[in-house]
Design a protein around this ligand. Structure first.
Ligand code: CP
Ligand code: NVA
Length: 307
């Protein structure tokens, strides 16, 4: 497993191994207050073209807890693809650091880094996908339900980067994925076709009506309607997503045991109500904490060779 760019690149066994290592490191931290310094002396370069709270903090803290260091590099200083070509940045960072995590607009910048780097490259979110988020989400569901296979996740909202990674991760780990988006905001047909070609046995449904979509769901998921880079479309999107809110009316249609997830940041009153976010079915904050634990498992495997 040289890089972690797309869920689709990894086998079910590899993904289960990452969840297992993440779970063991989480348990060790909770029980003993520390982790073994398996990345002592190692540095992860963290390149950010976009803002971040969870991704930045979780990778930095994960490196600290494993005895290494997370070096923050902002786009203003690095100029990935503008001040310097991606292939040069990849080789410079490979010469000095032991891993690269990048959050970019264009997905091709992250795949370009991976092509030229001689150290592991991790996708910290692109316009196309957010694989670390999807794995932390499934880790949260596995902890809560005790298993994943046969569960159903209903994603209500934009067919975006988060939905794309989550759909693939669900397919790899035996979770039925239901996507409910307003017209014009579905996952592009070529993505659905690609996921189905990769995972022909996957249970993947597109359901226009959000109330119908949540009827059999174990987990209900949403993300912002306005992703980073789409700020100019906000007014139109807020109008177009009317009716796709996770609120008490929608929750009343879902099974009582259903839990609610959101990758955050959330816009209360738009894609999710404050009541649901703070309510008893919300796993949103444990989900955010699991970004740290999953990241740590990923770094331990990619940079520390942990079995
Ligand atoms: N969910 C997530 O990736 O959060 P940040 O944008 O704060 O990193
Ligand atoms: N879809 C959102 C996710 C934020 C973590 C975005 O790309 O901005």
């Amino acid at each position: 497993m040289p890089h972690f760019i797309s869920i689709a690149d990894h086998s079910t066994e590899e993904l289960i191994h990452l969840l297992d290592v993440a779970g063991r490191l989480k348990k060790q931290l909770k029980e003993t207050g520390r982790n073994d310094p398996i990345l002592a002396g190692k540095t992860l370069a963290m390149v950010f073209e976009k803002p971040s709270l969870r991704t930045r903090v979780s990778f930095a803290v994960a490196m600290t807890q494993l005895g290494g260091y997370g070096l923050l590099l902002r786009q203003e200083e690095v100029g990935l693809g503008s001040r310097e070509p991606v292939e040069d940045v990849a080789r410079i960072l490979s010469g000095m650091c032991d891993g690269i995590m990048a959050r970019t607009f264009e997905h091709e910048k992250v795949t370009g880094l991976a092509r030229w780097a001689s150290v592991p490259v991790i996708n910290g979110l692109t316009d196309y996908s957010h694989p670390c988020q999807a794995m932390a989400d499934l880790m949260t569901l596995q902890e809560h339900f005790g298993n994943l296979d046969g569960r159903t996740l209903a994603f209500i909202g934009d067919g975006n980067n988060v939905a794309r990674s989550l759909a693939t991760a669900c397919g790899k780990l035996g979770v039925k994925f239901i996507l409910s988006s307003p017209a014009g905001y579905e996952l592009p047909e070529e993505d659905v076709d690609r996921i189905m070609a990769l995972l022909p046995a996957m249970d993947f449904e597109l359901v226009r009506d959000p109330i119908e979509a949540v009827r059999g769901a174990d987990a209900i998921y949403t993300d912002t309607w306005v992703s980073m880079g789409q700020e100019a479309e906000k007014a139109r999107r807020v109008k177009d997503f009317a009716g796709y809110h996770i609120d008490e009316r929608l929750m009343a249609a879902a099974p009582k045991h259903a839990v609610v997830l959101h990758c955050l940041p959330a816009y209360r009153g738009l894609e999710i109500s404050a009541e649901v976010m703070e309510g008893p079915q919300s796993l949103i904050f444990p989900e955010a904490e699991n970004r740290l634990h999953f990241q740590k498992g990923l770094l331990a495997v990619l940079m520390g060779g942990m079995k």
